[in-house]
Design a protein around this ligand. Sequence first.
Ligand SMILES: *[C@@H]1O[C@H](CO)[C@@H](O)[C@H](O)[C@H]1NC(C)=O
Ligand SMILES: *[C@@H]1O[C@H](CO)[C@@H](O)[C@H](O)[C@H]1NC(C)=O
Length: 478
Amino acid sequence: MSKRKQSSHLLSLSNHKNHQDINIMDQSDQVVVLMVPFPAQGHLNQLLQLSCLISSHGLPVYYVGFAIHNRQAKTRANGLNASDVAKIHFHDIPTSPFDSPPPNPNSSNKFPEQLHPAWEATLNLRKPIGCYIEEISKKARRVIVVHDPMMAVVVQDVNTIPNAESYTFNCLSAFSKIPFLWRALGKQVPIEHLKELPSFTDGFPDKVLDLVALQSEPSSYRAGDLYNTCRLIEAPYLDLLEKEEIIGNRKSWAIGPILPAKLSLERQHKCLEWLDKHEPKSVIYVSFGTTTSLSDEEIKELALGLEQSKVKFLWVLRDADKGDVFDGKVRRAELPEGFEERVEGVGMVVRDWAPQPEILAHSSTGGFMSHCGWNSCIESITMGVPMAAWPMHSDQPSNTILITEILKMGLIVSECTQRRELVKASTIQNVVERLMVSEEGDEIRKRAEKLAATVRQATQEGGASRLELDSFIAHITR
Ligand SMILES: *[C@@H]1O[C@H](CO)[C@@H](O)[C@H](O)[C@H]1NC(C)=O
Ligand SMILES: *[C@@H]1O[C@H](CO)[C@@H](O)[C@H](O)[C@H]1NC(C)=O
């Protein structure tokens, strides 16, 4: 890797007026790892999981971001052992003010445009984070910065620090990255299957595309790439991403799934007690993550579809996040009149934060209706839960193809198309019945369970992902 040495720039960082009083332990014989997440829940979460994983190898790990987003990551940590999280050093940077408008549940484009001001505010992190890395670098043998690809512009000054290097951590499937990267090179995607596939940036508003474009040049300073995926499920796509025209002479490691092998069940939630009462694999879990808001009409159809299927369900009904998730004003989505009374004993509706990995790991859970964000997909793959895919935006349509057509562990509820039509209760009912109470569904469930066993094995001693993690740790501590 070539380093541009810009001592004048280093000086300007040191003299930056926001320079904080930093108390950093002297760890001059140590390799120190700094995580720089992108402030969207699925990304904050995966970088926190990775922090715990790396910390378990005995390295000091710092998790760096705006105070409000560090707090979000900690408050919503699911399945992680609290004493593991306590070992992470959270470095809170004073939050820049940003607008935090509510999501628009009626918008035909499901992209969470309301998060843009929070994302744009991250550009203010360049100086304080650059400064912090520089301070740490003086007291460590080497600083390893692991960042979201969307934070490349923020961590670019790593390039000016002799004993620091950066790696991206991809919170996306390898499959979903390919069309984007190949089209950026002006080339045809070299896999027949992927030729027609949309890029994950299709449907992004222009101002978000601008943020993506800003990452392009600084992204070239990275020393390597980490993926929260497993070579046993995505080998052909990882091979493509490792072609020289994409990765140059950098290294890459597929270390997923990074969810802890043993989930911590310290935090009990009433929905887990509810699940305890039901038969094995009898409940469909319904949740569309933190970036989807359904309109009143969509909620009504979904409610009726679930009710008519007579399948047991656990439905997490929440609006998409705002930039500031602690700003309490949220819309309370209305359910059809009398719905909750009618489905009592059959269905549960949860409106607060739900422990998703624990729900998916519960023996009563037999299916997952999901928007197919990568965080949800990798959790479902790991827990062996077949999916009813209802992609909304970004990489979700690609993940849907991976889940349903390639891994064959799910069915499609509705495609993500430009001209979005209301998904009818009868469609939902049909997919739920096929997934939960049919021979077809049983076959899909068996495949999902087999895949889960394979993927989980991969993270155990000597498994494919574990060997790559060991190789990454050996590389950064060389
Ligand atoms: C969405 O549409 C419903 C009517 O279908 C309306 O009552 C509501 O105010 C709208 N919400 C927003 C945020 O525009
Ligand atoms: C959490 O980690 C601690 C220390 O490693 C361990 O003693 C404890 O048993 C773990 N708790 C759970 C619930 O796994």
